[in-house]
Ligand binder design. Structure first.
Ligand code: APR
Length: 334
């Protein structure tokens, strides 16, 4: 009997617990969650263990066979032994964005958290595929590439699937069609300068630009770009249902070796880097996902307008990467 894949989720907050719960419901992998304890006065809570127990009972109620466990770790990196044997490690640990806070504000604190986690993954699950969710995601994915030393095909950030899902949801609502029949891609950095690829987007094969008037399309693009912020302003914290579903989409493609083409933040260098004008950092592009991770970087065609948008987006990621490099001590401040 083939052994089941193991997916570990580090950081079982809003996004992490929904990733775990969706994975358990889908039932295609065993799930292990890791998170720190929470202190209230003298009382120490271990929410991750409680969440795992609750989910075990949820799948029992749903008649699903899946294995799900929760482990308490310390911020200093103790308690990670059960991550041994993980095929995929999803990292959501970190501080979420609060209203008015930019993704870059989060950089320093989240780099610190990530470096401890990555050192433990290197120690206990050196063959795992890493999916980084922690924001600012393109930068954190770059940090994960640098700190893990893993082949770049085994490190990817989740952003494009979420941005594309948001774009598709708005288009579906606009046209009254199923999102399933919409092929719309959002690439570039996961920030306000993300790049919707209108020229190749279509609904049931019909080009998007022939279905939605230009001005209205611009409004939809604007809403997509600020889709995260719209939810932060409503909830006071960042989104988690769609982000979790986007992670699960990626995990499913990896675990089932489906060879799906999904936009992910990946390290660009070499020939693909040259095509995209990126040398040695991570930005969102369509990639083919299979058992071994990123199996191919797709060189997607862009019209001139999109290419200009792409360059602006890359420039903005590059600036943050330079700040991260200083924090990582790879480069002294200029
Ligand atoms: N080790 C393990 N877990 C940690 C650590 C650490 N050092 N520090 C924080 N965490 C955990 C928190 O305890 C919390 O449960 O990470 C979890 C983060 O969850 P939330 O605060 O609920 O944040 P969430 O909405 O899930 O977002 C997680 O994804 O979309 C991004 O911007 C978002 O970077 C954020 C990440």
């Amino acid at each position: 009997m083939a052994t089941r894949k193991v997916v570990s989720v580090v950081g079982a907050g809003n996004v992490g617990e929904h990733v775990a719960s969706l994975l358990a419901i889908k039932g295609f992998a065993d799930v292990r969650m890791f998170d720190i304890p929470r202190k209230e006065g003298d009382k120490v809570f271990e929410p991750v263990k409680g969440k795992a127990l609750d989910m075990k009972q949820m799948i029992s109620a749903m008649d699903i066979d899946a294995k799900i466990d929760g482990f308490t770790v310390t911020p200093e990196g103790e308690g990670y032994e059960p991550i041994i044997g993980s095929d995929i490690v999803v990292i959501t640990a970190g501080f979420p964005r609060r209203p008015g806070m930019s993704r870059e504000d989060l950089l320093e604190a989240n780099i610190r958290i990530l470096s401890t986690i990555i050192s433990k993954v290197r120690q206990y699950a050196p063959n795992a595929i890493l999916i980084v969710v922690t924001n600012p995601v393109d930068i954190m994915t770059y940090v994960a590439v640098k700190l893990s030393g893993f082949p770049t095909s085994r490190v990817m950030g989740m952003a494009g699937v979420l941005d594309s899902a948001r774009f598709k949801a708005f288009i579906a609502e606009e046209l009254g069609v199923s999102p399933k029949d919409i092929h719309a891609y959002v690439i570039g950095g996961h920030g306000d300068e993300m790049v919707p690829l209108i020229s190749i987007s279509n609904v049931g094969g019909i080009p998007l630009k022939d279905l939605i008037p230009k001005e209205r399309l611009q409004e939809i693009i604007h809403r997509t770009r600020f889709g995260g912020g719209e939810i932060v302003n409503l909830m006071g914290t960042s989104a988690y249902h769609a982000p979790a579903a986007a992670v699960v989409d990626m995990v499913e493609a990896l675990v089932t070796n489906s060879k799906r083409i999904l936009p992910c933040s990946v390290y660009l260098d070499g020939e693909a880097g040259e095509y995209y004008g990126v040398r040695g950092f991570c930005v969102g592009v369509p990639v083919k996902l299979g058992n071994s991770g990123v199996e191919e970087i797709i060189k997607v065609p862009m019209i001139e307008e999109e290419r200009e948008m792409w360059e602006r987006s890359v420039e903005s990621v590059k600036r943050s990467v330079e700040i991260a490099e200083v924090m990582l001590g790879e480069k002294s401040p200029s």
